[in-house]
Design a protein around this ligand. Structure first.
Ligand code: IPD
Ligand code: CA
Ligand code: CA
Ligand code: CA
Length: 266
């Protein structure tokens, strides 16, 4: 598969950051770790990876703006283009030695997502997508799963950590989906969860309270793999609202409906 110039730029940045993460993952007990809020950790590994991604992308495309989890928003001369970067999605997994974490990079052009990358260095799985060009894992083309009954489906979600709101809704939603699906997974890295939906590993996904860097790359990937991604009202504002539902067309519809039900406790 021939990769476009922009995907090559993103791959180079992600692979370099991934090498840094892999080194730090092997020495996790020596990393400086601090809390941004209750249950919300950030480590030297997050910051090193972000610095690498920023340096590489800024060198390859001078002037593009940035939105990054650890450094926030950086304006550029070229405000038509903006990189959205999560240098380490799944920090809690990472700090616990769980190899489910990823670098996530997306590119917006005039406010529209045009390229996305999610890279798990521990498994050497590189997911890429370009608007109109399909989605890939390494060199394999991706397609969302084809199941059409929720009872056959494995659905991913995120459960709010300590200090996060939405606990009440999370329990209702969990109960609603738990009773009607084949199983639920909470893997701890939203960007990777979305890439797994694109790859057909998860049949669907929902979460609240996410940030643009958790969703931007994975959302484009799902669309390019033939899937549906919306906010909870079926609109396209998930990057702003932080709430996302994804799946193939049928599962997206059924899951969106199921999440909103108010079922009696079982
Ligand atoms: C977190 C992960 C997690 C999700 C949290 C995110 P981080 O990102 O994606 O799965 O439930 O809401 O903040 O902080 O590890 O990059
Ligand atoms: Ca974080
Ligand atoms: Ca994240
Ligand atoms: Ca992060």
């Amino acid at each position: 598969m021939a990769r476009s110039a922009i995907i090559n730029v993103m791959v180079q940045a992600a692979v370099k950051a991934g090498r840094s993460l892999a080194r730090d993952f092997g020495e996790v007990q020596n990393l400086q770790v601090s809390l941004k809020g209750p249950g919300d950790y950030v480590s030297q590994a997050d910051r090193r990876a972000e610095e690498i991604v920023h340096t590489e992308l800024a060198r390859a495309r001078p002037g593009y703006a940035f939105l990054m989890e650890e450094s926030g928003a950086l304006d550029g001369d070229d405000n038509q283009h903006r990189w959205i970067v999560d240098p380490l999605d799944g920090t809690t997994n990472f700090l616990h030695g769980i190899p489910l974490f990823a670098v996530s990079i997306a590119l917006e052009r005039q406010g529209q997502l045009v390229a996305g990358l999610v890279y798990n260095p521990a498994m050497d799985e590189l997911y890429t997508a370009e608007r109109g060009g399909g989605a890939f894992m390494n060199d394999r083309r991706l397609r969302v799963a084809g199941r059409s009954k929720l009872t056959d489906c494995v659905i991913g979600t995120g459960i709010p950590h300590l200090g996060r709101g939405h606990h009440g809704n999370a329990l209702i939603e969990l109960r609603n989906v738990m009773g009607e699906s084949s199983g639920i997974r909470r893997m701890g890295a939203a960007a990777l969860d979305l890439a797994y939906v694109a790859a057909g590993r998860l049949d669907g996904f929902w979460e609240h309270g996410l940030s643009p860097w958790d969703m931007a790359a994975g959302a484009l990937m799902i669309r390019e793999a033939g899937g549906f991604v919306t906010d909870f009202d079926g609109g396209a504002d998930f990057l702003d609202t932080g709430s996302i539902v994804a799946g193939n067309e049928t599962i997206h519809r059924i899951l969106s409906k199921q999440l909103k039900k108010t079922l009696p406790a079982r």
